[in-house]
Write a protein that binds this ligand. Structure first.
Ligand SMILES: C[S@@+](CC[C@H](N)C(=O)[O-])C[C@H]1O[C@@H](n2cnc3c(N)ncnc32)[C@H](O)[C@@H]1O
Length: 208
């Protein structure tokens, strides 16, 4: 039997990753801010499985193995200097062997999941979309990292689907929002190595 804790950290992700052993996570699913720089080598170092990163089409952080697309709801904002852009790309770096085929309708690679309005975070992603990515690119015994956690949708998806997660969010307000969404408790997952099925036990995370 092996154990792992889900948790949320209020920190700069790059400081935390510096202390993280090689291949610690089974997958990364994350959504950095549009024009930031990400250290993809560092993400590859700490993750032995698939790495999935949202980005805008003009700023692809790395050359992926697969491109997926999220067609967002249209809005009437921001037409002053440029045409509207309502597509985000989802870069998939296929590492490891995990690839779970779902019904063909879930595998088309172009998704138009809608947010439930009003969103809690300005750049929130639809939970249904994140859940689909979690189901395809991780297994029930996976530990998933989101270093740009925001409101914690990756954590919520992992919790709903029996994966464990580590979320890192540097903004105090969004960190507290994610804590409200996921509870200040963490879940310890016990994995039965014989049958591979998870069992949960709540523990008190205290001040994270
Ligand atoms: C695009 S938002 C993620 C939104 C998230 N997908 C959701 O559904 O709520 C990116 C988040 O990363 C956080 N962030 C930016 N740089 C960071 C860093 N170096 N370490 C940790 N969090 C960071 C921002 O505060 C922001 O909340």
């Amino acid at each position: 039997m092996s154990t792992i804790n889900s948790k949320i950290l209020n920190a700069n992700c790059w400081d935390v990753l510096e202390e993280t052993p090689d291949g610690f996570y089974d997958a990364i699913i994350t959504d950095p801010e549009y024009d930031c720089n990400i250290n993809v080598n560092e993400l590859c170092r700490v993750c032995k499985g698939n790495i999935i990163v949202f980005c805008k089409p003009e700023n692809q952080f790395f050359k992926p193995d697969e491109y997926l697309f999220w067609v967002k709801a249209q809005s009437t904002k921001n037409y002053i200097n440029n045409c509207g852009r309502f597509v985000e790309m989802i870069l998939v770096l296929r590492k490891g062997k995990i690839f779970n085929r779902l019904h063909w309708s879930q595998m088309i690679g172009v998704y138009d999941d809608k947010l439930i309005y009003p969103p809690e975070h300005p750049w929130q992603k639809p939970l249904s979309l994140i859940e689909r990515l979690v189901r395809i690119y991780t297994n029930p015994d996976s530990c998933v990292l989101d270093p740009f956690f925001g409101s914690g949708q990756v954590g919520i998806a992992c919790k709903n689907l029996g994966r464990c997660y580590v979320g890192i969010e540097q903004d105090k307000e969004y960190f507290e929002l994610a804590q409200r969404n996921l509870g200040k408790t963490c879940v310890t997952y016990y994995w039965c190595e014989e049958c591979g099925l998870p069992e949960e036990e709540k523990c008190n995370l205290g001040d994270t």
